[in-house]
Write a protein that binds this ligand. Structure first.
Ligand SMILES: *[C@@H]1O[C@H](CO)[C@@H](O)[C@H](O)[C@H]1NC(C)=O
Ligand SMILES: *[C@@H]1O[C@H](CO)[C@@H](O)[C@H](O)[C@H]1NC(C)=O
Ligand SMILES: *[C@@H]1O[C@H](CO)[C@@H](O)[C@H](O)[C@H]1NC(C)=O
Ligand SMILES: *[C@@H]1O[C@H](CO)[C@@H](O)[C@H](O)[C@H]1NC(C)=O
Length: 817
């Protein structure tokens, strides 16, 4: 029995296990939801060890700098919309052959800096949209065979190779024909099949790292250079050490093909190697020469190459040049044969502390000089610009950014006589104040004094400026009229409000991020007549209703001005409840925004409701009920008190035969008919024996103790009376409320004491039960249960009435007795 059960459950168990496993494999994966509204997901630097679960809608996915080791078949299924995927800097060693199969839209794939020991041609089969593929710095020794790139019909940028790459064969790159960028790390390449890279044309920028080949296998290096050198292909050569004799030889291939743009990156060279290089390139129409990150072991004695021809040279770009023997360096004067030609010279971050005035005299064609990030001071700049008499008459752009300049007035004086100067960048210097007046060339249009320590602006700024960058200073205000200004950068200062737009009638762009702006409004922006773009994020915004609504309308495209920085950078700083919330997402309620209105409206509503309630209470006699209950409670209490005081003596207390309750208007009848008839009854002539007894009546007018509370009076009167006679009439019911109210309270008192027989009703005029208002329910009840006496309209029947009344009083009196 047990065995069969187990057997029949086995498939179910298996299924469960399978389900669990499937779930685990999906749920075991961590997920990453750091996606911005543009569906760009940044899951980098998160320590993932496998590809995390990310929304299928993602357009870009950055998984760089994790510890991912594997891409399985299922990791990326569903990502049909993904355009860019980066797995840079992981420990990726295994990629399933079908791992990328669903990435139909992928345009950029970065697999650089991983542990891939072999490339698989199946990976890229389905990536027809791929434009950029980066396979750099993985430990594979060769590319995939057969060519893994054949299916990549859109490929325009290909980067591959690494320290382990040993060979490149012709078959490896089949199908790759037209590239905008090719980068190969072939520092340790041993075998190269000639022509392997020759099919690529047109070819954009080529970057080759050829450390070992240049040192040890010059023919290999030559073969590669021969295959990728074209006049219009900028060439970048990395990691070369040219200290050896003859290490320049491979460059002959490039020279033969008359390349025009050459860049060395991470170069080590001596004077001799440079001279050889200059000789090899002699006569080549090289127009751009650049050196980024070079170590020069020599002293700059390049005179031996002075016969060479570099007439075509247009630009020198040198950055991060380290001269090992900087004290022995003989200055750039040795390069006189090169300096006549270029229009652009940049020597950046190369510890230049002076460029002698004499060198300036050589740079006859110079239009653009960039000496940023060096060691220039006021004094050495004076020398560089020949004390304000600089021969650089053609220069248009001067960049002294990132030096140690202190005096703006000296600066202005030194450039004053440069008749064509339009751009001056003196950002990242240590100017701490602005003189009251300066003398700039009239041509100056762009001025950059950002990242200084200026705390105020003065008339020093020329009115010719079109672009002014004063970001990252200590400015609080800007009281200066600049009629030509188109662009003003004031980010990173201490502005509390926007400067007045009337000062800048032509301003089109204003950047004022990271200040202490509280808010701005329609009128502020309207003062800028031409403003198109505004960047004002990262300020300390006070999210008042007016500001929030205004900014939301501007962000929504309302108003002529466009917000050109990120919407999310507009964040509320106060009030506290909104701190940290993006202004675009703040939802202020009407209550918060129109407090006065809301208060007055709610007061009005409350008043109306109160009036309505009061009216309803009045309409339904609630006050009457309330006062009745109150009166009744009070009366009951005092009656109790009285009774306790007087003990339970009853008969003795009965001073009256009847208490008469009547309306003031019926007083005539009561006093003229009722009282005489009952207190002094006429003899009954027919039956003297049956003559009515005289009765004592209690009338409030006559018998109430003066000075006592009326209710108490009534209470005690009733208690001291055997009966209560109610004289009912229209008057009683309708007109004489007060009186009736009091009487009503007595109906309550009857409860449980005398009972209903204690009351005698006299109807002075015909009155139906329905004429009595509903709320006098006790009276209505009495009228239906007790027979009442009707005062006859005809004189003859009066005797009959009196007789009945007497009888009623007597009978009941005897009953009581
Ligand atoms: C990756 O793993 C290594 C060792 O397993 C660890 O040292 C490193 O911090 C991890 N990297 C990240 C980004 O988590
Ligand atoms: C620069 O090149 C040398 C070889 O000449 C190499 O060892 C070094 O790693 C390279 N440096 C960089 C930052 O690539
Ligand atoms: C000046 O150099 C700095 C740093 O190299 C650069 O950021 C800036 O754009 C340059 N300015 C001009 C006007 O080229
Ligand atoms: C001004 O200089 C800074 C720092 O060099 C640079 O970042 C900025 O782009 C420059 N401004 C303009 C308008 O070029």
């Amino acid at each position: 029995m047990g065995k069969t059960t187990a057997c029949s459950y086995t498939p179910l168990l298996l299924l469960l296990l399978l389900l669990c496993w499937a779930q685990r494999s999906d749920h075991g994966r961590p997920s990453c939801d750091r996606c911005d509204p543009q569906l760009s997901c940044d899951c980098s630097h998160s320590g993932f060890t496998c590809v995390p679960v990310v929304t299928d809608l993602a357009l870009t996915l950055d998984l760089s700098f994790n510890n991912i080791t594997e891409v399985t078949e299922r990791d990326l299924t569903g990502h049909r919309r993904l355009k860019a995927l980066s797995l840079h800097g992981n420990r990726l060693a295994v990629i399933h052959p079908l791992g990328f199969d669903s990435l139909w839209s992928l345009e950029t794939l970065d697999l650089s800096n991983n542990q891939l020991t072999a490339l698989n041609h199946k990976w890229f089969r389905k990536l027809g949209a791929l434009q950029k593929l980066n396979l750099l710095n993985n430990p594979y020794r060769s590319l995939a065979s057969p060519s893994g790139f054949q299916g990549l019909v859109s490929l325009r940028r290909l980067l591959f190779g690494g320290p382990a790459l040993e060979e490149i064969k012709r078959a490896d790159l089949l199908g790759v024909t037209e590239l905008e960028e090719l980068a190969i790390n072939a520092n340790n390449l041993i075998r190269y099949e000639s022509g392997a890279l020759a099919d690529m044309w047109p070819l954009g920028r080529v970057t080759l790292s050829l450390h070992r080949p240049f040192l040890t296998n010059k023919s290999l290096a030559s073969a590669i250079l021969a295959d990728v050198s074209y006049p219009n292909t900028p060439m970048v050569l990395e990691d070369l050490n040219m200290n050896q004799k003859g290490s320049e030889l491979p460059l002959k291939e490039a020279a033969k093909r008359r390349i025009r743009s050459l860049t060395f990156r991470n170069l080590t060279s001596s004077d001799e190697a440079l001279i050889d290089f200059l000789k090899v390139m002699d006569g080549v129409p090289l127009s751009f020469f650049s050196c980024e990150g070079a170590t020069l072991t020599g002293e700059g004695r390049l005179e031996p190459a002075s016969k060479t021809d570099y007439k075509a040279i247009d630009e020198f770009f040198i950055r991060d040049l380290v001269v090992l023997d900087v004290y022995k360096f003989v200055s750039l004067l040795q390069l006189w044969f090169l300096l006549h030609y270029p229009r652009k010279v940049s020597v950046i971050k190369s510890q230049v502390f002076v460029m002698p005035c004499l060198t300036s005299h050589l740079l006859v064609n110079l239009q653009y000089l960039d000496l940023s990030d060096n060691l220039l001071t006021d004094m050495t700049l004076k020398e560089t610009l020949c004390k304000g008499d600089s021969p650089l008459k053609d220069v248009r752009v001067l960049n002294f950014s990132g030096n140690a300049l202190k005096s703006l007035s000296l600066m202005s004086h030194l450039v004053e006589k440069l008749p064509k100067l339009t751009h001056l960048d003196v950002s990242r210097n240590i100017f701490s104040s602005m003189p009251q007046s300066c003398s700039w060339p009239h041509t100056l249009r762009h001025l950059n004094i950002s990242r200084a320590k200026l705390s105020a602006v003065t008339q020093c700024l020329p009115t010719t400026l079109e672009v002014l960058d004063l970001s990252n200073n200590d400015l609080k205000s800007f009281p200066l009229f600049l009629p030509a200004l188109r662009e003003l950068h004031l980010s990173g200062n201490k502005f509390l409000s926007l400067p007045s737009g009337w000062l800048f009638p032509n301003l089109q762009t204003l950047a004022i991020q990271s200040n202490t702006l509280n808010m701005f409004g329609q009128s502020d922006l309207q003062s800028y007549r031409r403003l198109q773009g505004l960047q004002a994020g990262q300020n300390k915004f006070v999210c008042s209703c007016g500001f929030v609504h205004f900014l939301q309308s501007v962000l929504g495209g309302g108003g002529g001005v466009q917000i050109t920085d990120r919407e999310e950078s507009y964040i509320c700083d106060s009030p506290l409840s909104l701190q940290g919330e993006p202004v675009s997402q703040v939802n202020l309620s009407i209550v918060q925004c129109h407090q006065v209105l809301v208060v007055s409206v709610s007061c009005g509503v409350a008043l109306c409701v109160a009036l309505l309630v009061w009216f309803l209470l009045w309409r339904f006699h609630a006050f009457w009920y309330l006062s009745m209950i109150w009166a009744w409670l009070k009366a009951k209490r005092s009656s109790q008190r009285r009774r306790q005081r007087d003990g339970e003596a009853t008969e003795a207390l009965l001073r009256f035969d009847a208490f008469v309750s009547y309306s003031e208007r019926d007083a005539g009848w009561v006093e003229n008919y009722l009282v005489p008839e009952l207190e002094r009854p006429r003899e009954n002539r027919q039956d003297p024996m049956n003559s009515p007894q005289p009765l004592t009546l209690c009338l409030h007018k006559r018998d109430f103790v003066p000075g006592h509370w009326i209710l108490d009076n009534i209470m005690s009167s009733i208690e001291q009376s055997r009966r209560t006679i109610f004289v009912l009439s229209e008057n009683f019911v309708q007109s004489d409320w007060c009186r009736y109210e009091l009487d009503f309270s007595h109906f309550w008192l009857f409860d449980g004491n005398a009972g209903e027989e204690a009351a005698i009703l006299i109807l002075l005029e015909p009155l139906s039960k329905d004429d009595i208002p509903k709320r006098f329910c006790k009276l209505r009840k009495l009228m239906s249960s007790t027979t009442y006496l009707e005062w006859p309209q005809e004189e003859e029947r009066c005797g009959e009435f009196w007789e009945s009344l007497h009888k009623a009083l007597r009978v009941q009196g005897q009953d009581d007795g």
